[in-house]
Design a protein around this ligand. Sequence first.
Ligand SMILES: *Cc1c(COP(=O)(O)O)cnc(C)c1O
Ligand SMILES: [Zn+2]
Length: 401
Amino acid sequence: MPNFVYQCSQCGREYERDDVRYLCPQCSRNFKPGEPLQGVLEAKFDIELIRLEFNRVHPDWFLFSAVEREYFPDFPVGGTPLFRAHRLEQLTGFSHLLIKNDGLNPTGSLKDRASLIMVAEANRLGIDKIVVASTGNAGVALAAICAAAGKQAVIFVPERAPTAKLAALLLHGAQVIRVKGSYDDAYRLSLEYSGVHGGLNRNTAYHPLTIEGKKSVALEIFKQNNNRAPDAVVVPVGDGVILAAVHKGFKDLRDVGLILKLPRLIAVQAETSDAIHHYFVTKKYRNAASPRTIADSISVSAPSNAHLAVRVIEESKGFSITVTDDEIRESQRLLAETTGVFAEPSAAATVAGLCKATPDQLAPTAAVVLLITGHGLKDIEASLSGVTIPEAVPPTIDNVP
Ligand SMILES: *Cc1c(COP(=O)(O)O)cnc(C)c1O
Ligand SMILES: [Zn+2]
């Protein structure tokens, strides 16, 4: 028996689990390719049932899962460390910083969380092929978990995807379609592809379980933070699904009565890829004109989850901020030098956003979680642009500076 229904984030209509697959059939009629999705669905759990069955001493976290335990493949995801960043505190003036290092997931990014639940859902439905458009990380996560589960992954990536991500995709045996164009082009094409050729489409926000999968990071932060919510979570934002997922996880915890207050969400976008930031600040939506940034994982013109993303920033009493590529490079170095964490540029953008937040926006004493969403080794080209490799010296001691 499923313990949830899908609810449309726009019109509020509710649907039984197997009566819909992707978007709200009503609201998605207004959707045009190249714009944010309309009618993104959220899983709405039977909160009374969870309240009754959840035991704080022996918690069964599967009560919060939209796919039953037996469908999950043997592929450990999550359980990444949450730890205090004392040296970063000294340098930034914030007195309570925590790092959630999700770059330590098996394929090096938070995307493993969404891909895992999608493979579980494919198992439940008996579907063997899963399709996704990705800037790289979601594709790698899906390719790896499909490899472990014996499923076929079809991955659409923009031509410029970093080589480490392409290498992983190909090694995992995925069918890789490199699209001459942007991530937005790949997104549109993958929807067309699964419409024509079938398979389960895992595009972010398009399939509602992508939000459910990623929310596990919020449940973990709660557990690791002594069963408390932090005051704020800083999230790098592309399509806005991680942002909505962090919110959803804490909202489920609040509804069940495990926390009283939701953490404030601080959305960080690259200056050139700022559609959600612009929408939040002006209340008017427009695409980001030319979303090219060193932070490839948050490079998007029309974020699929823009409508819900703006709403969750508001609901959490949070705010948004944009950062430049130079600020991202500096932050990648600051994070590496003060915490030992090597993050890809998109993940390091959280640190850049934190540094730009004013005391009016964020109290220096707040307990803040920096969500590090991806590992630095996944984009070596970008990291090399911030360092100089020293000349090789002859192997005699008088040549060593
Ligand atoms: C996907 C991704 C993001 C952004 O997530 P959205 O849900 O698209 O907002 C941020 N950082 C990394 C490393 C990612 O892979
Ligand atoms: Zn709707």
